[in-house]
Design a protein around this ligand. Sequence first.
Ligand code: DAT
Ligand code: MG
Length: 168
Amino acid sequence: MAVEQTLVLIKPDGLIKSLTGNILSRLSETRLVIIASKVVRVSRELAEQHYEHLKNEPFFEELVEYIIGDVHNTHRVMALVYQGDDAIKKVRDIVGHTNPEKANPVSIRGAYGRITTTGVFENVVHASSSPEDAEKEIKLWFQADEVVGDIYPVKDAVLKEVRQKVWA
Ligand code: DAT
Ligand code: MG
């Protein structure tokens, strides 16, 4: 068994329905280690990059609006990185099938997900599905110094003239 990392997102429906604690409790059954976490206001650019592999699907625009939070009127997603042996499969098993109607009823998506009348799978959480996807997704959602441990190669860089918000 290989040590893996996997990205988990608690989507806006999970946050607005106060499911955060339940979801984290379920994920703690895996005994994996959390090595990064934060709450993110998702930009359209981030949403489109995250779901790039689905850009030709008819539901793409609704999927983007869902992850941004426009659908649930709460612009928050909780992003976490879990690490440990076989992390990707362990998390996907507890998360359940992509389609909430097909998901095991005791999985997170089976218990809390729904399909909207327009056909969008509001499935509460995202979990990476391969080591390649996990690396791409973790690098998309987190900076190297937001993750505990150098999980992928890093380099030192001195950044100049980066515009960012600081405490006043
Ligand atoms: P997963 O999130 O299980 O990895 P995915 O990467 O194929 O599944 O798709 C990403 C999201 O897109 C998924 O969580 C819900 C939505 N989605 C996928 N297939 C769909 C479909 N046939 N109809 C509606 N939404 C879909
Ligand atoms: Mg996927």
